[in-house]
Design a protein around this ligand. Structure first.
Ligand SMILES: Cc1ncc(COP(=O)(O)O)c(C=O)c1O
Length: 574
């Protein structure tokens, strides 16, 4: 996982320590997830990054929140979430906590014991409850076994009791352990959920939803020895899809699926700007000499997870072309407090750092966006919690009226030489037909690209010479029914000066995520023009030669389409 250009720029500009969140990166990760798990409602585990802007951005994309206390619920509401998209996902809560959440309007509660479900019935009468099943946590860096969840047999008792007490026994949940590295952990969790569903159905309880919890891994961590962790994300998603299909088939009631990712969404899109306190060398007890690199952040102010991980460190004033320059020395990395735990535990696995590091040199710490602000101490050794800052990077947003001049200019510059410019009126007419699938890419407050896509019958395509409203698309003239389950990607443009940065793929991920959300579209079609067929083919679009050369799109044009199932494009960039 490398730092994005926008993140590098923000870290370079920072003159003091801080943590920076890249909102565009987080939003893009959300799109990847929606694309990988079609139809799954995302409830961001806000404990992983309780930052208003992050929550608000995810909410704007359709996410909800998994909250663990009344204060978290209030924060989510304050960030703009409707209460229906917030659930109380913590099985550890007091009577007062339950009553407060209920008063605020929350109606979905996690539970895992008869004691807790009895309290929910008393303080949140009539609510929906979902029972958390225990998992082993094996394969995860942080297994969450034992503290939460109950056996299948207990879950049946708990949900039966819920029904007796007037609650709605609505669902099951699991958490396979945080930074879960094995697909088999998911398979095992689905097997338990399957057993529970079968047992519940025998007792006349049909469920409404299954909550898949968190556990999806970050991509950019190093293990304790400094090797990339490289989680098998494709296998994990495949196992989850297989499990969901199985539960859907076996349940006699229609099941919805939720997931509560935390780390996966935010870890790789947060980075810390810290500084070197000192690189020192000391003789230890047995005559051995060791280098120690003391940083201004450590376990108690942003890097709590250094017990299980190494973070990637970048020393920007000691690198050339992105790699460390000059002599390197092996050192133990440690934080600033007067506490011996505030250091990497792998003392025989040193990190190679520039020998010339001096006090005050900046250091950038990569992939530390998860659990950094939440696991920060207050006042330990007088060290202040890190300030936070966010950047938006490339932003994908709906088209505003005053964007059209820029869009028309981009369209003209891109297509006039090919003789394919359709002009503003025609393009605008198509975007207005489907505002939710047409949007702009904003970079540095300027329109740097756009997408226009609209429902359209398969194997047909817009006439470039006519605005959309001038003709009807179906035999009986009912324009709204046109397209059915096919979405036609009419135009995708990225401004010339910013090409080569993966922005076209980012726009495509956004479009596919929108198209797949709520399972609205089954296919996406497009007409590739000029030399772009290779780009679309790499993104999974297949030529449909039977359509012939689309009229009016140039001699090299090809009609292409793709089914909206999971494909390599959805794999997040590492
Ligand atoms: C109930 C619940 N859901 C989701 C999460 C998020 O887990 P992760 O960050 O591994 O995705 C947690 C984390 O502790 C949790 O307790």
């Amino acid at each position: 996982m490398t730092l994005s250009p926008a993140m590098r720029e923000a870290l370079a500009r920072a003159k003091s320590d801080r943590i920076v969140y890249d909102l565009a990166g987080i939003a893009d990760r959300y799109d990847c997830l929606v694309r990988q798990l079609p139809g799954v409602a995302i409830r961001f585990a806000m404990k992983a990054c309780p930052v208003d802007e992050v929550i608000a951005d995810l909410a704007a994309r359709g996410a909800g929140c998994d909250a663990a206390s009344p204060n978290e619920i209030l924060q989510a509401l304050g960030a703009g979430l409707p209460v229906e998209r917030i659930h109380y996902g913590n099985t550890s809560k007091s009577d007062d906590n339950i009553a407060d959440a209920y008063r605020i309007g929350v109606r979905d509660f996690a539970t895992d014991s008869l004691q807790d479900v009895t309290a929910i019935a008393e303080y949140a009468p009539g609510s929906r409850v979902f029972c958390r099943l225990v998992t082993t946590g094996e394969g995860a860096l942080w297994g969450l076994s034992r503290k939460f969840g109950c056996s299948v047999a207990d879950a049946v008792l708990v949900l039966e009791r819920a029904r007796e007490l007037g609650l709605v026994p609505a669902g099951l949940s699991v958490h396979v352990g945080s930074q879960q590295m094995r697909a088999e952990a998911w398979t095992a969790a689905f097997a338990d959920m399957g057993q529970a569903i079968a047992a519940l159905e025998q007792r006349g309880i049909g469920l409404q939803y299954v909550n898949l919890g968190g556990g999806l891994p970050a991509l950019g961590y190093l293990d304790r020895r400094g090797n990339p962790l490289d989680p098998p994300l494709d296998e994990i998603f495949a196992a989850i899809r297989v499990g969901m299909r199985r539960l859907t088939t076996m349940s006699s009631t229609p099941l919805r699926f939720l997931a509560e990712p935390g780390r996966y969404l935010v870890a790789d899109h947060g980075a810390i700007r810290a500084h070197v306190q000192r690189l020192s060398e000391r003789e230890l007890t047995d005559g051995e000499r060791q280098h120690w690199l003391y940083l201004s952040v450590g376990k108690y102010n942003g890097l709590y997870e250094m017990d299980e991980l190494q973070y990637r460190l970048v020393f920007p004033t000691h690198e050339e072309d992105g790699t460390s320059a000059g002599e390197l020395v092996p050192a133990v990395v440690a934080g600033p407090t007067c506490d011996s735990d505030d250091a990497y535990v792998h003392e025989d696995n040193f990190v190679h750092v520039p020998a010339a590091l001096a006090s005050g040199d900046p250091v950038w710490i990569v992939s530390c966006g998860a659990y950094s602000t939440s696991y920060t101490t207050q006042g330990f050794n007088g060290i202040d919690p890190l300030e936070y800052q966010w950047i938006r990077g490339p932003r994908v947003r709906p088209i505003a009226d005053d964007d059209w001049e820029s869009i028309a200019e981009l369209e003209f510059t891109t297509y006039s030489e090919l003789g394919l410019s359709e002009g503003r009126a025609a393009l605008e007419s198509r975007a207005r037909r489907s505002p939710e699938t047409s949007f702009v890419l904003e970079l540095d407050r300027k329109v740097a690209g756009y997408v226009v896509a609209l429902p359209y019958p398969s194997l047909q395509y817009p006439d470039l010479h006519r605005p959309e409203s001038e003709f009807s698309l179906t035999a009986d003239g009912t324009a709204d029914e046109c397209g059915g389950v096919n979405l036609h990607l009419h135009d995708l443009v990225v401004a010339e000066g910013v090409r080569g940065r993966g922005l076209a793929k980012l726009l495509l991920r956004r479009l596919e995520s929108i198209a797949i959300q709520g399972r609205r579209f089954a296919t996406i079609s497009l007409v590739s023009v000029g030399d772009s067929e290779g780009f679309w083919a790499a993104a999974g679009y297949r030529p449909q030669r039977e359509v012939g050369t689309p009229e009016g799109y140039g001699s090299k044009s090809v009609y292409m389409s793709k089914a909206l199932e999971v494909d390599p494009l959805a794999a997040c960039p590492r």
